[in-house]
Every structure is written in structure tokens, then in C-alpha cells.
Design a protein around this ligand. Sequence first.
Ligand SMILES: Nc1ncnc2c1ncn2[C@@H]1O[C@H](COP(=O)(O)OP(=O)(O)OP(=O)(O)O)[C@@H](O)[C@H]1O
Length: 585
Amino acid sequence: MKTLRRPDATALARHAGWPLLLLAALAAGQVLDDYAVTVAGTILIYAILGLGINIVVGYAGLLDLGFAAFFAIGAYTSGLLMLKLHWGFWATLPVAVLAAAASGVVIGYPTLRLRSDYLAIVTLGFGEIIRITVVNLDVTGGPNGLTGIPPVTVGGREIVTPPDFFYLALAFFAAVLVLTGLLARTRLAYAWRAVRADDRAAEAVGVPTRRVKLLAYVLGAAVGSVAGPLNAAQLGTVDPSSFTFLTSLMILLVVIIGGMGSRPGVVVGAVVVVALPEALRTVQEYRGLFFALLLVLIVLVRPQGVWPARPRRFARPAAAGPEPAPPAAGGGVLEVEGLTRRFGGVTAVEDLSLRAGAGEVVSVIGPNGAGKTTAFNCVTGMIAPDAGTVRVAGRRVHGLAPHRVAAAGLARTFQNIRLFEELTVAENVLVGRFARDRSLLRPPSRADAAAVRRCLEFTGLAEAADRPAGGLPYGDRRRLEIARALAAEPRALLLDEPAAGANPTEKRALMDLIGRVRARGVAVVLIEHDVALVMSVSTRVVVLDRGRAIAAGPPAEIRADDRVIAAYIGVPDDPDAGLQAEVLR
Ligand SMILES: Nc1ncnc2c1ncn2[C@@H]1O[C@H](COP(=O)(O)OP(=O)(O)OP(=O)(O)O)[C@@H](O)[C@H]1O
């Protein structure tokens, strides 16, 4: 039977697309007139800036309204070194990139804890600070900027004509393209996309989010800054009016129009942002109006961008690889002692102690607001407890950042499912591997791929590997969260209401899954309102009421405990109480 060759055709387009585009650009340099080739050179400069901001905004989702600052830092550093110290262009280049990378740390570090709107204000302010500084310093030429920058020489030849400059810009663009292409394949790029989707969930599954965000600023700034020296070389001047808020906005538009996180989209965006105003020169008076209207139209028709990023297919390893060895005997133990957390006058968790051994299922039950989720959040480092200790396999983990707690062997799921919606199922699980291996600047390893496959097969999601997580049915979303947690090969797995909203078939499947996880020697801690499920899967049950553990023991004991029934079921004339009591009994 004939098989469809479609994937091969797609792969060909994927691999041949860039070389073909570069070849077309090489040919265009020969045939275009000087004006068109100058516009094409400017498109390439914006494409380089776009590839830079694509890292910060497109991959990591950190809104940046001051990206022109890095463009300026690159241009001024290179220009000043050439004019004041008589360095050659090529020698100034690494210094310009380093200066921009260092300012990426300056802007990145204080903004790590900020979310979108505050981040926008801070980055906008940073862009203005840089512009106002260069306008007011004597050394940078004040409002006149720098003039008389010597041309670039390549192999003894001065780059002065528009086609020569276009080819230089094309070489820079190709180099930046290769570099960003390599970056897009690293584990860091997956971490960026996870951070963009849900940074708290990313941190909880082992991604060192602060480092990952800082790297986005640093690498984005370094990549974008390359456009600065190039622009200075093209014009022979550095003019502060080229680095205004409007420039930052145009650079941001490159990725918004093209498609967040899409490198081909960046090229499309740069063409639109640079060439469209040029094409509208014939209607000079209405140019701004037409440009604005066309942009609105593009964004309305293609809200995801003209060329949105496409999900990558998961590279299936030949085999899922051997099961990881179960934790050593006596390992896989979670020990919580005296955990206390207050919120103002409310004591959400008070002096809670809990122990889960390898292969045990310990359930934490209690009425709404009893403090169950707060206890989980304290144990996993997402909120700091006021008192108490948490140990995983004998190692203290309280006070550690959530990604370190995950690395110590504690994986979790969330009450309100927190998946990385735009990532595929396989990519979600891959991000879960960060708890095992935090290396960032290399592509996912064979071990990563084998673990992803193993976890997908274990949870029955292998068929859905390449589907976006956001499109999964409810039951599969719950299972995917568990698969992502298992990718960490945890010693203890904390499940927060995994059966909420599940139908009876899904509940049975969940019970089976919990049984299989437990059989691998993992300690399972379960928060659950479904008492029947709790009683059938648990080895021990801890009952919380108003933050305190009022009973703990095997299910049979808990069923018979009158204090539990009174506290958990509530007032005797509650119409639901009889039913719940039946289940407990
Ligand atoms: N961030 C917070 N700020 C203030 N109070 C909080 C905060 N988080 C939880 N609380 C309070 O702490 C108590 C315990 O809440 P928690 O969500 O841990 O309970 P729960 O047992 O998980 O409830 P549910 O079963 O409804 O999920 C509640 O009184 C809640 O209002």
C-alpha cells in the first residue's frame, strides 16, 4: 500500500526554506536598484532586532517595550570605540554585544518577579533612560549623536555601496539566524516556552525560572544588539532619534505581526514593518493612517501572526528505554513535621505532621478551606511555611525554591490543572524532565526522549504526543499533569484533587494509575474530596479540619472515627451529610 509522503515534504520545506530564502536574497542584491537594496538592508536590520526580541517576548513571554535600548547600546558602543579609540569595526562587535548582554542583566534582574503590565512599564522606562542619557551626555555627542563613523572593511575592501552593505547585513542576518536556530533547539527554548505559558507551574516542575528569564533578557539583548553596529556602519552616524519609544514599538510589531516565537514570522514581520511604509510613500499625507489601518487589519485577520510558530513533532526514540530503577529501599519518603502557615488572622495549616513511605498512598482529606492546598504549597516550596520542616528521603527541602524541591524528588499536580497549553503533550512531559536534569544549553537528550515516551505510554497518552495540550479533553489533561510529574522520576508524588470533575470511568482509570505509580515505589500523597476513591486507594488517611490534623490512620479506622464524621460531614441536618456518612461508613 502506498503511504503518504507528506511528513517528508514538510521536513524538506522546513530544511530547505532558509537556504532558499538566503539564495533568493543573494540574487535580489544583484537585480534590485540602490533604493530597493537599501530598504532590503533595513529589513535585515529589523529582522535581526526581531530575532532578538523574539527570544524575550516570543519565547519567554516577557513583554518588552524598550528593546530599542539594546539597539542603541550596540550602536553607541561600536561607534564610540571606532571614533574615540580608533578600533576597527570587527573589534568593536564583541564589545558591543557584551555591553548589551550586561545591560540585559541590569534590566532583567530587577524585573524577574514582575508580571506583564509592570514589566511593560519598567522596560519602557529603561528604553527612555538609555535614550535620555545618550541625548544628554557630551561623550555620546548629545542630541547630534555620533558622526563620521568609518565604513566597515572586509578583506581590505570598504563596504560603502548599498549592495555591498546589503550583503554585509545578509551575512549578519544569516549568522544570527543560525545562532537563534541552535538556541531554538535547546532545552532552554522549551523552558522559555513553559515560562511563557505558566511560570509558576514551570518552576514547580523543576524549571529554574529566574535563571531562564534572565537568560532570555541577556541572549535577546545580545542578539538584537548586533543590529546597532550594523546600522551605524550603514549610515556612518548614530542618531539618538533612531532609538525612541516608536522604534521599540516597531521592533515589537515585528514579532506581533510575524507570530510570537516564529523565526520565519520575524522575517515576514520585518518586511511588513519596513517595506509597507515605503510602499505607501505614494500616498504621503495618509501614510501613517494607511499603515495603522493595515496593521489593525493584519492583527484582526491573523491574531496569531502571519506565520505563527508550528508545533514540532516529538522525535520518537526507537524504544522507551528501561524503567528507571525504583528508589532504594527506605527511600521515597516524605516527612513533614510541625508545618504551620498563617495568612493574617487565619491559620491555614497548624502543626501538621505527615509521613509517606515508598509505595504508600497517603490521602489528606477535609472540608473546603481545611488547609489542604496550603499544606501542599508549603511542602513544595511554593509558599514559605511559618514553621516546620519538610524532608525528602532524609534531605531537608523546606526553604528551597520550588524547582529545587522538585529536583529533590517531590513532584506535584495542581487543583486547577496547570498545563503549558500551547506546548504539545510530549513537550509538556519534556519540561517535567527539568527536575532530573537542569542543563539548559543543549538539545533534549536521548534519555529525555526515552523518558517522555515512557511516561506517555505509562499514562496512555502516547497517541496524543503531538497534540497541543490546550486541545485535550478533561480526563487526558489530568493524566498529562501526572505524566509531566512522573517525568521527574519523583520519590514522592503529590496529587491535588486529581478526580475533581472526572466521570466514573475516568475515576477508575485514575485509581489504576495511582496503583501502578505506587507499585513503582513512589510515595503518593493525595488530596481528594471523593471519599470512596480515597478509602479504596489509600494506605493511610490524614483528616484536616481548620488547619489541624484531627485524625490519621488506615481507612478502616478513619471510617469509624466519630470526630472525623462530625468534622468532615458537618452539621447533621445538612441534606448531603447522610450520603457522605454512608460513603464513610
Ligand atoms: N493566599 C492566601 N491568602 C489568604 N488566605 C488564604 C490564602 N490561601 C489560602 N488561604 C486561606 O487558608 C485556608 C485554607 O485554604 P486552602 O485553600 O489551603 O484549603 P483547602 O483545604 O485546600 O480547600 P479546598 O478543598 O476548597 O481546596 C482558607 O481559609 C483560605 O481562605
